[in-house]
Each structure stands twice: as C-alpha cells, then as structure tokens.
Design a binder for this molecule. Structure first.
Ligand SMILES: Cc1cc2nc3c(=O)[nH]c(=O)nc-3n(C[C@H](O)[C@H](O)[C@H](O)COP(=O)(O)O)c2cc1C
Length: 160
C-alpha cells in the first residue's frame, strides 16, 4: 500500500498554477472552487480538463451543469484562492464579477478566463475528471501567475 503522505509529497514537487473554476448549481446559484488540477488537453478541438474531488460541495455545478469557466489567478490573487478553497455558503459575497454567454462567473483581474462547454466526465478514483471545450477566452499580456508548490503558494522566479 502506497504511503499517502509520501504520495502527496511527490506530487507536490510538480509546480502548478492556481485557478478558480466556476459554474452554476442546478438552481442557478453561482459556484466556485479553487483547482490546481487543471491542464490543457487538446488544440483541435480546444479541450481542457479539471479534476474535482467527489467530496466537493458544489460538484453538481460541474457534473450536472453543461457550462463552466476557468479563471487563472495572478500572483496577487491568493485571497481569492483561499476563499474558493474553503467550504462556505456564499463564496461570492462582496465579489463583483462579469458573466459571458453561460452565466458562469468570470472573475476580474485574472491572467486568463476561459468559458467552456462540458463534453465528457470520467470517474478517476475519488475524483471526477471534467473535460470541457473552450468556447470563449481572454488573457492578459502582462502579469505573473499565482503558483502552488510543495503545499504553499509561490511566485514565479527568474525565467531561464
Ligand atoms: C491551491 C489549491 C488547489 C486545489 N486544487 C484542487 C483540485 O484540483 N481539485 C479539487 O477537487 N480540490 C482542490 N482544492 C481543494 C478545494 O478548493 C476545496 O476543497 C474546496 O473547498 C472544495 O469546494 P467546496 O467548498 O464546494 O466543497 C485545492 C485547494 C487549494 C488551496
């Protein structure tokens, strides 16, 4: 049996960006969760994927709703990451956001925002892999990403 602390330790050596993935619950309430299990998957068609724990309170937004949005955080958006990584009722309280075609929250000040249509769901152990096709996106030419490495937030170092 693999030691789960060592497994997490090994996986934590893979540095990632941080996103807040947003959607709408079946009753139309906005939902959002901090996700670093996000990756590009295909260029043609333009696909991305996220992995969400089965225990995610707002999972229905992503497995029942057919649209979702990925908001790629900047280095100064750690408070937003913390808000959406905490189980609480109204994560959007006091937050001003935009909506595009789907109504999913598009968070302001991000490095990139991508609006997607869900195309497939796969169960992977205790997570659900959600694959989406990107319908619309915006990105900023400048600014640095918020990073996550070895269980802590980090900034981009020198480019090499
Ligand atoms: C940096 C960071 C990355 C995270 N990445 C993921 C992830 O990829 N998938 C996931 O299911 N939870 C991830 N989490 C945990 C969720 O954000 C957290 O459990 C959240 O509260 C779940 O949503 P809920 O409040 O609707 O239950 C991450 C947390 C942090 C701080």
């Amino acid at each position: 049996m693999l030691d789960s602390r060592r497994f997490r330790g090994a996986l934590g050596r893979f540095a990632t960006g941080v996103t807040v993935v947003t959607g709408l619950m079946p009753d139309g309430t906005p939902a959002g969760v901090t996700v670093n299990a996000f990756t590009s998957l295909s260029l043609r068609p333009p696909l991305v994927l996220i992995a969400l724990a089965d225990s995610t309170t707002c999972l229905d937004a992503f497995i029942k709703g057919d649209r979702f949005a990925i908001n790629v955080l900047r280095e100064d958006q750690r408070p937003l990451s913390l808000t959406f990584a905490t189980q609480r009722k109204n994560k959007f309280k006091g937050l001003v956001y935009e909506t595009w075609d789907s109504g999913c929250p598009i968070l302001p000040g991000c490095l990139a925002n991508l609006e997607c249509t869900r195309v497939t769901l796969h169960q992977g152990g205790d997570h659900v892999v959600v694959i989406g096709e990107v319908d619309r996106m915006e990105h900023s030419e400048d600014g640095n990403p918020l990073l996550y490495y070895r269980g802590s937030y980090a900034r981009l170092g020198e480019k090499i």
